[in-house]
Design a binder for this molecule. Sequence first.
Ligand SMILES: [Mn+2]
Length: 360
Amino acid sequence: MFRMSLSMILSPLIVKPTTEKSSPPGVVTTPPASDGAMRARCASVRNECVAVLPSRLPLAATEAPWVLVAKRLAFLEGLSCSDVMVDAVLASGLGTTAFASCDTRSIAQAERGGGECPMRRVAVLNDVHGNLPALEAVLAELDREPVDAIVCGGDLLWGPYQSECLALLRARDARFLTGNCERQVLGEIDESHAWCAGRLSDTERAFVGRWPATVELKIDGLGRVLFCHGSPRSDEEILTMLTPEAAASEGLAGVTADVVVIGHTHQQFDRPVGAMRLVNAGSVGLPYEGQAGAFWALLGPDVEFRATHYDIADAAESLRTSGMPGIDDLLGDSLLEPAPRDEVTAYFEQQRAHVETDSP
Ligand SMILES: [Mn+2]
């Protein structure tokens, strides 16, 4: 009965699209002021940071640039951008100094979502859902075909091995944005979400709590590409290949990007919506493609859909041993006995219409 499991990735269905974000959980605010050695280490990577920033800043559009600089410094320090580290960098003034050293024209462009150097190849890894074997298989493929950036478009959380997946992606300097599952896990809305929340460290929770709802990059051949989870206005809006043009246009209202890349429904598609191109990159961890595998997208100069194969039986065994509540239901229709893709799309459309009808 696939509808039960399908509703799990959407649940709870929120009737009204909302742009409200939950406030980040307890961010560490006390820098280790006496850590002179740490400041010295920051200083040692400052030049590298400044060199990297002009092309990196497009990622910073939703956050104060100096905060991003601080994060970048912390990341370059190899300390995984911990809250303590970010706060310490901010307190030291290095973030603002590095920011001030950047070319002001680059920064202005970056803040408008442009950036001077379009990226050539970007991998989009959405809806990983803590499926570590699937993510490892995709990353192995990327090792053979390097990309300029990895975008993780939400719903990395709510799954068996969230922290391990997070660590692998952070090690590759992925750009993260939030999905409904990040919000719901941090909010511990039910047993399975609370189980997932309980397995995150305070630092991980704080890090995830700071993810933006959207990321914009300029990519060769595609132009301005806006990444989000459900739609630019809601992390749980349902947009499918079959969504009527009018409803899809409404979901993208106000967007000026050339391409919008989403996730959430775990099905790859590429369709026009007005003058824009709407792409769903698919799901790495829990696809609904009618076949098992890890589904993702390579962007630039066109959109290329990928399906990476891995040992599903082995992975399922490993994912089950995590003890995540409801894991059997999740794996069933997605990976073990994949439901027909068309039926799943039809189900999502039914849910979308239902949500639409219920809206005031
Ligand atoms: Mn989702």
